[in-house]
Design a protein around this ligand. Sequence first.
Ligand SMILES: NC(=O)c1ccc[n+]([C@@H]2O[C@H](COP(=O)([O-])OP(=O)(O)OC[C@H]3O[C@@H](n4cnc5c(N)ncnc54)[C@H](OP(=O)(O)O)[C@@H]3O)[C@@H](O)[C@H]2O)c1
Length: 258
Amino acid sequence: MRFEGKTALVTGGNSGIGFVTAKMLIAEGARVAITGRDRAKLDQAVAELGPNALGLQADLNDEAAIDPVFKQIGEAFGALDIVFANAGISGPTPLGGTTAAAFDAILRTNLTAVFLTVQGALPLMKAGGAIVLNGSVMRELGAPGTAAYSATKAGVTGMAKVFAAELVQRGIRVNTVIPGGTRTPIWTRGAREGATLDGTEQMLAPRVPFARFATPEEVAAAVLFLASGDASGMTAAEIVVDGGTIGAPWGAPLFRQG
Ligand SMILES: NC(=O)c1ccc[n+]([C@@H]2O[C@H](COP(=O)([O-])OP(=O)(O)OC[C@H]3O[C@@H](n4cnc5c(N)ncnc54)[C@H](OP(=O)(O)O)[C@@H]3O)[C@@H](O)[C@H]2O)c1
């Protein structure tokens, strides 16, 4: 029980990686506030997570929504030990077919809202606290049509290092998890609505040395490690959970001989 008596915030905790992370934190003793925009999904998640979960509906793109989130967490928990800034969106932004609004929408959620979340959490955090950001291998894959998403995830990597430097004297560690393709609803939302997770995984798996997506549990396990005292020696670091995608790309089925 690494998180007995600890409190955590998981943004985007009503779905995918965030939901599973909240579940695993609670299983190890934490009380966890989760946020999301979708009220129905939030209520369903809280019902599944049980009495140690606090559901807070908030659109983190709305700057005015940030303070109320932390006010409610302050009232419920008193303080915050762990922040997992996880909420994020994807979407196509190809050259030649993208409006400024479509591009900015991704920057707003994946970068600006992450900054505002960390900034908003700090008054509730003290020495020993841990912040984990959610990056992506997309920051370095050069995948066509993903300029905004890839730029935000490269930005998350850069921002985490700045946060780590700014917070080191306060005793707060800041690290990043870098997932590869992971089995979550992000692959069937927005422009990908109608696609199936299995079909998408099958299409992309040949590019992954493990020949499969990660599970949200595999990503969450890395988040819990970074958030725990086991990672007391780490700040401005990252854990890549991608089945070898960026470290050993030539081991992927696509490039294997025979
Ligand atoms: N799955 C992958 O393959 C993969 C790979 C690398 C990185 N990631 C990253 O992992 C993170 C979590 O994504 P996921 O894969 O778990 O997808 P997901 O199931 O779609 O979860 C995304 C979460 O973010 C929340 N969210 C989105 N916009 C928000 C906003 N404006 N305000 C508040 N909450 C917002 C969503 O809540 P609502 O639906 O209620 O708005 C949802 O809970 C993202 O940062 C993503 O970029 C995912």
